[in-house]
Design a protein around this ligand. Structure first.
Ligand SMILES: CC(C)(COP(=O)(O)OP(=O)(O)OC[C@H]1O[C@@H](n2cnc3c(N)ncnc32)[C@H](O)[C@@H]1OP(=O)(O)O)[C@@H](O)C(=O)NCCC(=O)NCCS
Length: 239
């Protein structure tokens, strides 16, 4: 299957390398030719899913990110696209199979507005990534009641204007990266745990442990840029 250098460089690019974890950025600005080309990479189930999305934005986000995911997995794993299937686990977290067998790589995808991020790790290391285009017109305090713990809510409530929006999306992406790494997504109570204080207050990285869960440690990193909020959570391998 072809993929010209032109399409590759316009469409996605390296974003961050953290040890062996690679994060790429996918450009999701509307682009008819790229979207058509992306469809060539999707399998039958994915095309059917693409057709079920009626609005343009989720259609585009899904097609472009899924095509880049497939292309990148083929390159990492040295397989052909037709050997690859991407299947959901219990709460919907996708993983890759090659000829029906688990692929020796893990990944996670996030898309928001014109930005997609895809993170890859070696082996079965669990990870979650989240990106959110920031907007200022939202009831941040109202939403915070539903998704944040008491300290997180208080810090958001005492900020205003742009600082409030930044804080909200910082906390939100960090929290979502964690539940995506964990694999449950939003099916768990987000108010039942808080993002560590150091990273809430500006540190770039921190270590987290889910209260009441096993002893797995998670490394959290803020990946935000001026254009969007983003975060990644990765399982810390046992020593
Ligand atoms: C996963 C979830 C957190 C996504 O949040 P979002 O901000 O809307 O979307 P994002 O763009 O950040 O992430 C979407 C991507 O996360 C991945 N994903 C889906 N479910 C996931 C999960 N449980 N854990 C981690 N990643 C997941 C997918 O790759 C998806 O993109 P794709 O479908 O285009 O490949 C949210 O939809 C959720 O909690 N879903 C689980 C609901 C559930 O329990 N479903 C059970 C029935 S399947």
């Amino acid at each position: 299957m072809r993929m010209s250098t032109e399409i590759e460089s316009l469409w996605f690019s390296p974003f961050r390398q953290i040890g062996e974890i690679q994060v790429i950025h996918v450009d999701l600005t509307p682009h008819e030719a790229r979207e058509q080309y992306a469809l060539e990479w999707l399998d039958k189930e994915e095309l059917a899913r693409w057709q079920r999305y009626l609005p343009d934005r989720p259609r585009r986000e899904f097609a472009l990110c899924r095509a880049v995911l497939r292309y990148s997995l083929c390159r990492r794993l040295g397989c052909e696209n037709k050997q690859l299937s991407i299947v959901p686990a219990t709460h919907g977290k996708p993983h890759a199979l090659i000829n029906g067998q688990p692929a020796p790589t893990s990944f996670n995808v996030s898309h928001s507005g014109y930005h997609g991020l895809i993170a890859f790790a070696q082996g079965q290391q669990r990870l979650g990534v989240d990106v959110e285009a920031r907007s200022r017109r939202r009831d941040f305090d109202g939403i915070a009641e539903m998704v944040f713990g008491p300290n997180e809510r208080e810090e958001i409530a005492s900020a205003s204007g742009l600082a409030k929006a930044r804080l909200f999306f910082r906390f939100w992406t960090l929290k979502e990266a964690l539940v995506k790494a964990f694999g449950t997504g939003l099916s768990i109570d987000l108010t039942a745990f808080e993002i560590p204080q150091d990273i809430r207050h500006g540190a770039e990285r921190s270590i987290f442990q889910f209260p009441g869960q096993d002893r797995t440690l998670w490394e959290l990193r803020d990946l935000s840029t001026n254009g969007y909020a983003a975060a990644i959570a990765t399982e810390v391998p046992h020593a």
